[in-house]
Design a protein around this ligand. Sequence first.
Ligand SMILES: Cc1cc2nc3c(=O)[nH]c(=O)nc-3n(C[C@H](O)[C@H](O)[C@H](O)COP(=O)(O)OP(=O)(O)OC[C@H]3O[C@@H](n4cnc5c(N)ncnc54)[C@H](O)[C@@H]3O)c2cc1C
Length: 484
Amino acid sequence: MEYRSVWQRKTKKYPQLKKDADRDIVVVGGGIAGYLTAFRLAEAGQEVTLLEADRLFSGTTGRTTAKTSANQGCVYSELFERYGQRVTELYYRSQTEGIRLFEELVHRYGIECDWAERDGYIFSEDRRYKIEALHRVLRRVGADCEVVESPELFKESCALKMSGQYLFDPLKFLSALPVRFEIFEDTRVVDIDPKKKILRTDGGSIYAKKIIVATHYPMINSHGGYFMKLRQSMSYTIAVSGKGAEDMYLDEREDGLSVRPYAEGTLLGGGDHRTGRIDDKRHFAALESSADKLFGRKNVTHRWCAEDVMTFDGMPMAGKYSKSLEGIYVVTGFNKWGMTNAMVCASVLTDLLLGKENPYAEIFSPQRHIKKSFGDFVSNALTNVGGIFLGYCRITLKTAKDVPAGSGMIVFHHGKKRAVYRDLSGELHVIGNKCPHMHCELKWNGETNTWDCPCHGSRFDIYGNVISEPSTKSCKYRREDPEN
Ligand SMILES: Cc1cc2nc3c(=O)[nH]c(=O)nc-3n(C[C@H](O)[C@H](O)[C@H](O)COP(=O)(O)OP(=O)(O)OC[C@H]3O[C@@H](n4cnc5c(N)ncnc54)[C@H](O)[C@@H]3O)c2cc1C
C-alpha cells in the first residue's frame, strides 16, 4: 500500500528563488488555483512569476479526487434558500462554464489526461426529500437532470442524475499546459508586506506591482478577516484496484461517501470533518469496508487524506484581498469543488487585473455579504477563541509517561505544556502545544500521525514541519531519549 495519492508522480523541477527581484505580477501558491491563474494571465500577455513553497501541485491539488462536475449536491438548495434564483443560476452556470473551459484546453493542446465523460449521481438512502428538493432547484436554474431510483452502485437509494460530467487526472492535465511564466519552487513566502507589496522568502525578497495570494488558505492575517470567514475540512481517500465503479457518485450528506473510477480502479472518499476536530472514528477502515460491500474484496493500493477550505455559503472567493488593499488579490474557498471553481476563478482574476467585466466577479467577491451566516460566524468564532483559550489555559495532568507508543498527546513536560509523540521505539518527539499561526492548541490526529490545528487547519508532522497552511512557520522540535 502506498501512502500518497494516485496522481502524485515526479514533475519537472523548477529553481529556487535565490536573490531579490522586482516583478509585475506575483502569484503565491502552485496548486490548481495559482497555476491556472498564472496561466491565464500569461496567456493574456502579462508577465507573471509564481512562487511555490514546496513542489508544484504538492498541496490539496495533488490529493484531490478531481471530479469535474456541476453536480455538486445540496449546495444549490442551500444557495437558493440563501440568495434566491439569480445567484443559484449564476453559480450553476459558472460550473458548466468551468467544465467547458477544461474541455477547450484539453482539445486545444491535445492533452492526454484521461479526460472522460461520465454520469454524476448525488444519492441518498433515507432522505429522498433532499434529492427531490435539489431536483426542483436545479430544474428552475435550467439544469438538465432527473431523479432516478436504484442507481447501479447504490441500489437502496434514489439519486439526482446529471449526464455530461467529467473526470481526469489533474496532474497530467496541469503538467501538460504550456508554461509561459516564471516559476520558483521550494520558495516559501514567509511574509507579505501588503502596503509596500514586498514578499519575503528565505532566498530573497520580491517587490511586486500586483500580488495574487493562492496559498489555499489566505496567508495575510492583518486584512480581509479570512480567519473568521473560512474553515478547513479534512477528507480521507483510498484507491482500490480492478474493475469497480463506472460513474461518479456522491452521498448528499457532508461526511458521506464519494466514488469515482480512475485508470487503474476506483477511488472512494469520505469521513469529512473540520480539521482538528478529531474523533475516534477509523475513517480509512470505514472506506475499506464500503469498498468490500460495493465491489467485494479488493486490493487497497493507496490511501491519503487532504483538507479543503470551506466558505459559509458554498461559493469560492476570488477578487480583491480586502477593500483597503490596492493590487492584492486572493483566490480560496472551493468547498471541495476546486476543479471547476479554480478554472472559473482564474478567469475572474484575470479579467479583474485587466480591468474587464466578468459575469461571476460579483458572486465570488471575497467582500460579498454572506446572507444568513450569523450562526456559522458565531460557531466559527467560538471554535477559534476556544482553541486559543485551550492553548493558554487548559490544565493537563498527563505527562510524557502517559503517551502510548505510536501516539501523540498534549502533556505537561519539563514545566510546560507540550505536544509529545512517542514513536514505536519509545523515543519522544516534542514540539510546542500551540500552532504558530494564531496560537490555537494543536490536536493529535492518529489516522494521519499529524498535529492538526482545530481553528484554521494548519497541520504539522511529528517533527513540527508545517505540512498545510495557513501557518508559514514550523514548530520548534526536540527529540528526547525515552529515559528523560
Ligand atoms: C479529499 C479531497 C477531494 C477532493 N475532490 C474534489 C473533486 O472531486 N472535484 C473537485 O472539483 N474538487 C475536489 N476537491 C477540492 C480541490 O482538490 C481543491 O479545492 C483544490 O485542489 C485546491 O487548490 P488550491 O490551488 O487552492 O490549493 P493547493 O493545491 O493546496 O495549492 C496551494 C499551494 O500553495 C502553496 N503555498 C502555501 N503557502 C505558501 C507560501 N507561504 N508560499 C508559497 N507557497 C505556498 C502550497 O504548497 C500549495 O502547493 C477535493 C478536495 C479534497 C480535500
